[in-house]
Every structure is written in structure tokens, then in C-alpha cells.
Write a protein of this length. Structure first.
Length: 256
């Protein structure tokens, strides 16, 4: 039986107004009843700290995280008067940035507005660090040896891909790897049937099962073939730091 006070359910429907076109991939809404009455589908719910939306958007999750990180950043700046880079970066990395990266391979955003929302937190905090007030955001990243949050999420996705490829974590999304003499270890991008809607194409392109293999296949074989995690992590970070890092930021023209 269902626990009335703890059970919630959600119905995902890609395009409710055009259900016939989506056959046979339509979703049917079931009605559940308990001793307290009827349970209705939720538009949003939290699962293990992640806000999931019925429209399959991560905007609510991202806004919640950004708001919490801004509050924490404001608290840090109000409590600590020292604005030296060493002190501020230590506090930022441990208390603010960690709030923006929880489970990020799952919800890594593709909407520019969501990316800007997250980068805005780091942009505002780094502007308060001594010696960085007159630099633009991209210059501050370089001066402070910081990656953008967008680049760090790509890094986390690649680290998780390495763990899947080497059996360190379960391969829940069933990513397949092939080893070729010339190109090394490559991940297969799952196929998508022709004629799907733009909405489904967007979901496909930005899912971990597709984004992960595409990023993995961009990394040189000499790095992907490393079998020791700390070495792979170090080599990957060194590679990513050499790539221009200019994420979407409000008021800036970006190249990322």
C-alpha cells in the first residue's frame, strides 16, 4: 500500500497537445487513491536533493541551486573581511561552488539562460576578490586559475564516463565502448529514429547518454586509455585548461 504522506508521482508527457503524433510513445495518466483521497500528478518534486519537473526541464533545479549559492556567498562575504585570493577561493570552492555542482552530470543545462544563471553566481563572487575588481569575468577566470562552471561540468561528465568505461560505477544508461587500433577507445552514440520532433531532438542531444559519448570522443586516445583514475583526472584537467574558456555570460559575447 502507498504511504499517504510520503508518496508522490509525476507524469512526463513531451507534447500533450499533440499526443496522436507521438504514438506509440504517449504517456497515460493513471489515477491513484489512498485512504486520504486522490493523488494527483506533481509538476515538480524532489528526489535525493534534485528537483525534477514534469516538463523535463532543469530550470527549477538550477534556479534553486543558484539561489542557495548566492545566499551562501553573501554570508561568506559578510562574515569574512579578508578579500585575498587565497582566502576567498578557499571559501568559495568549499562553501559556494560545491552547491552549484551537486549531481551536475545529470542536470547539465543546455539553455543559455540556465548556464548564465549559474555562471552569474561565480561571476559576482569573483568580482569581490582583491585585485579582480577591474577585470571582466573571463579575465578573472584566467587570473584566478578557475574554470568556468560550464567547463567544470564537462569535466565531471568525462570523469564519470571514465568510471563507466573502467567499471568503477554501474553503466545504468548502457553506454557502449569500442576499441579501435587507430582511434583508441570510443563511445557509441545511441541512434535516434528519423522524423522526431525538435523537442525530442533537444532531449536526445542533451541527455547524458549522448552528451557523455560525444565529449569522450573529443578527448585524445592517449588520455582516454589511461587506467589510473588520478592520472586520468590530472591529464584531463591539464588538457581542458589549455582550451579557451568563455562561457555564456549576460552582457558578454561568448565563444563556448
Amino acid at each position: 500500500s502507498l504511504h499517504e504522506d510520503k508518496f508522490e508521482y509525476m507524469s512526463h508527457a513531451a507534447i500533450r497537445s499533440n499526443a496522436l503524433h507521438e504514438l506509440p510513445f504517449t504517456s497515460e495518466v493513471y489515477q491513484y487513491t489512498t485512504s486520504k483521497g486522490v493523488l494527483y500528478p506533481m509538476s515538480q518534486l524532489r528526489d535525493l536533493g534534485i528537483t525534477v519537473s514534469s516538463n523535463m526541464s532543469w530550470t527549477a533545479q538550477i534556479k534553486n541551486m543558484a539561489d542557495k549559492a548566492r545566499q551562501k556567498g553573501s554570508w561568506v562575504l559578510s562574515v569574512f573581511n579578508n578579500r585575498s585570493p587565497t582566502i576567498m577561493l578557499t571559501l568559495y570552492k568549499s562553501m559556494v561552488r560545491s552547491l552549484l555542482e551537486y549531481c551536475c552530470p545529470l542536470w547539465d543545462p543546455h539553455k543559455v539562460s540556465d548556464i548564465q544563471e549559474l555562471e552569474g553566481v561565480q561571476r559576482a563572487f569573483t568580482a569581490r576578490i582583491a585585485g579582480c575588481q577591474d577585470l571582466d569575468y573571463w579575465e578573472r577566470l584566467k587570473k584566478l586559475s578557475l574554470m568556468s562552471l560550464q567547463r567544470r561540468r564537462e569535466r565531471y561528465i568525462l570523469l564519470h564516463m571514465w568510471k563507466i568505461a573502467n567499471g568503477s560505477v554501474s553503466n545504468d544508461v548502457e553506454i557502449e565502448f569500442v576499441s579501435r587500433p587507430r582511434t583508441g577507445i570510443k563511445a557509441l552514440v545511441p541512434p535516434l529514429r528519423a522524423g522526431v520532433t525538435a523537442f525530442h531532438q533537444s532531449l536526445y542531444d542533451n541527455s547524458f547518454a549522448v552528451k557523455g559519448p560525444r565529449l569522450w570522443n573529443c578527448i585524445p586516445a592517449s588520455i582516454n586509455e589511461i587506467k589510473e583514475f588520478s592520472t586520468y583526472k590530472r591529464q584531463l584537467t591539464s588538457l581542458l585548461q589549455k582550451i579557451p574558456d568563455k562561457p555564456p555570460v549576460r552582457g558578454y559575447t561568448t565563444s563556448n
